[in-house]
Unconditional design. Sequence first.
Length: 123
Amino acid sequence: MVTTTKGVGDEGEARAWAHLQRHGLTLVQRNYRVAAGPRQRGGEVDLIARERDGTLVFVEVRARRSARYGGAAASVTSTKQRRIVFAAQHYLRAFAAPPACRFDVVAIDGERIEWFRAAFDAG
């Protein structure tokens, strides 16, 4: 059994990716990080994947050992969303014509996995 917070997170990412892969997504990049500046926190996208239709999917994975204290999905705060959007915008600068994209959340509470498509938007 995984006991550290990092271990729970790493295991959660692996489980989330396996779940998304079973649903036809392909992995583009893992753990995309960007810095904002010397005194500002940047952002990170846990998984960047592509749907069969070409949609780029920025995925936040949240894993908790149980659903106590609101569960994994509830931990994706507006501050966390802003950091994910910041990193996604940075990532999209590499495209001459950015593809359609969306922000998903995979919430893992114990053994339960929930995939929230279009969980939030960049606005």
